[in-house]
Design a binder for this molecule. Sequence first.
Ligand code: NAP
Length: 267
Amino acid sequence: MTSSVATNPLSLFELSGQSVVITGASGAMGHAIAVALAAMGARLLLVSGSQVALEEVANEARATGGTVSTLVIRPETLSDAEAIIAYGVELYGRVDSVLVASGFNKPAAIEAMSLDDWEEIMDANVRGPWLLAKAYGDHAADRGGAGRFILVSSVRGRQGSPAGYTAYCTSKGAVDSLTKTLATEWGPRGINVNAIAPSVFRSTLTDWIFSDTAEGKASRERNYSRIPMKRLGEPEDFVGIAIYLLSAASNFVTGQIIYVDGGYTAT
Ligand SMILES: NC(=O)c1ccc[n+]([C@@H]2O[C@H](COP(=O)([O-])OP(=O)(O)OC[C@H]3O[C@@H](n4cnc5c(N)ncnc54)[C@H](OP(=O)(O)O)[C@@H]3O)[C@@H](O)[C@H]2O)c1
């Protein structure tokens, strides 16, 4: 054990000065982790396609005293992904970590789902993360390797759902596979690649499940019957695991899909 870990174990979670790119920063998960990382002294580049929502998150993160910049773009093409990484480098000299918290779902039974909707879901959840990984890999190679690339999967990457999720479940299964494959490809370069896999968390995607409508109540009951902790997730439940995976506390952890689900996948 190194002496700094022995005498100050919490230094393992130190993120001060780390430069982190967060896509989907306007969303529920991205918002929660952006504010927390800013408060920990990380230097952030927050990315999303919605300027107003992104600036709201950035201002909240800056209010903690954090160093925060924004870029209004979605990682839809390789040049978009390269522009995101390049801007992080321009701002902070290097990009230590990327957290891909962007994603999309539009449920419909397979017979009713259009090919355009299938492609939009796959593009947001698989193509975008793959393009970001490609751009980040080039950057990490330039600066001699090392770094962290964190994806956001879902319990739906592992389990099916009858709720019109043929595209979403398939996309998150691909995220799991991308996580494991990148981890094997980048392990020798010291780049940790892991995925956080939430169950139902409060967000614009899931607002209806938290609502007082009959549909919302029925969905909550169905969920509670499978969740040992008898509640749904809040964005704050995402923060601890993200800090762990971004920090030296997880130095020897790679290729893992980590479920943050109140025990849902344990039943
Ligand atoms: N909430 C849940 O219950 C839950 C459960 C399991 C997994 N997840 C996953 O967690 C991640 C974050 O979701 P969230 O809960 O924070 O949802 P959210 O609040 O809806 O945020 C989604 C984020 O993704 C971006 N986005 C939306 N459509 C996009 C597209 N077509 N291409 C690229 N980016 C797009 C949005 O930014 P702009 O629209 O501003 O670009 C937004 O910042 C996603 O990968 C989601 O699948 C969520």
